[in-house]
Design a protein around this ligand. Structure first.
Ligand SMILES: [Zn+2]
Length: 290
């Protein structure tokens, strides 16, 4: 039996203590509970393309294998937990932001902490946002998510002397004009990101790559996705804290227009169940219980 608890906005599932392994999956972009105060003016079916729809479901086997699964229930287009808090576009706001600002490349492309563009040239809002409104999203959702993930990682690290974190995402099958590689580029089946070998020991990246290649998938490393805030924050290999981002191509599991699961969904989910089981063994072998 696995334990589920739900603080507002965050899915959290874990295993009984005796079955636990130091492995955490987090799915920051699969949330589909659109808050009533979101007030986006672009059409819902367009803003939904920002979701990593069903990614939490693809990794749902995690607790059955002793791992912890955390997921955002709110949409990433409302507030993106995979961005730094200073990654705000002042142009979105009706008044000056009262904290330090450090907008990154993603913000300039319209995909910062608070998203400006739904798709190229289509703004999310037809108004500017108040500082208090953005601050409320940070306090209620961003901090809740980060505190659940950091709490789980810290607790497992204290118990096992190490923790292995998989940051789970999906990608459009073909890039659009907001992608780093430019529009119209077909994506690989999987892209693994360890920020050029800095967020985990290379054996973790290699292990996942080998597993997926053996199942017939085409896998790229750090190209075009290297990982952003969540792996940067949690990946500290010198402290035996390892973080790897996995991006899966949406064409492998869903119809990108209707948002329905496609006929291949069960096959991909079975392969990811097997990957979770293999990673649980990987983490168990490397754990040093205290
Ligand atoms: Zn994502």
């Amino acid at each position: 039996m696995t334990t589920t608890h739900r603080i507002p906005g965050v899915l959290f599932r874990t295993s009984p203590r005796e079955a636990e392994v130091p492995l955490v999956f987090d799915s920051p972009h699969s949330g589909t509970d659109y808050p009533g105060d979101f007030d986006h003016t672009c059409p819902r079916h367009v803003i939904r393309t920002a979701e990593d729809t069903y990614v939490d479901e693809l990794y749902a086997a995690a607790p059955a294998h002793g791992a912890t699964l955390i997921g955002a229930l709110f949409p990433r287009s409302y507030i993106d937990t995979n961005r730094h808090l200073a990654d705000i576009d002042q142009a979105l706001l009706e008044e000056p932001w009262p904290h330090p600002l450090n907008p990154g490349v993603k913000t300039k492309m319209g995909m910062g902490l608070i998203r400006r563009l739904a798709v190229p040239k289509l703004p999310v809002y037809s108004r500017k946002l108040g500082v208090a409104e953005v601050q409320a999203r940070i306090d209620k959702y961003y901090h809740a998510y980060h505190s659940e993930l950091a709490g789980a990682a810290d607790r497992l690290h204290a118990r096992f002397g190490g923790v292995w974190h998989v940051n789970c995402h999906s990608m459009k099958s073909v890039s659009n004009g907001m992608a780093a590689e430019g529009p119209g580029v077909p994506r690989a089946d999987f892209v693994l990101g360890d920020r050029d070998g800095t967020t985990c020991a290379s054996e973790l990246t290699k292990f996942v790559e080998t597993f997926l290649v053996q199942r017939g998938y085409d896998v790229r490393i750090n190209d075009p996705y290297k990982g952003v805030e969540l792996v940067r924050r949690h990946g500290r290999p010198s402290e035996n804290r390892h973080s790897l981002q996995i991006e899966v191509n949406r064409r492998l599991y869903m119809d990108e227009k209707s948002f329905e699961r496609n006929a291949n969904f069960p096959r991909l989910k079975a392969d990811l169940d097997a990957l979770v089981a293999a990673l649980a063994g990987f983490a168990r072998e490397r754990a040093a219980p205290r």
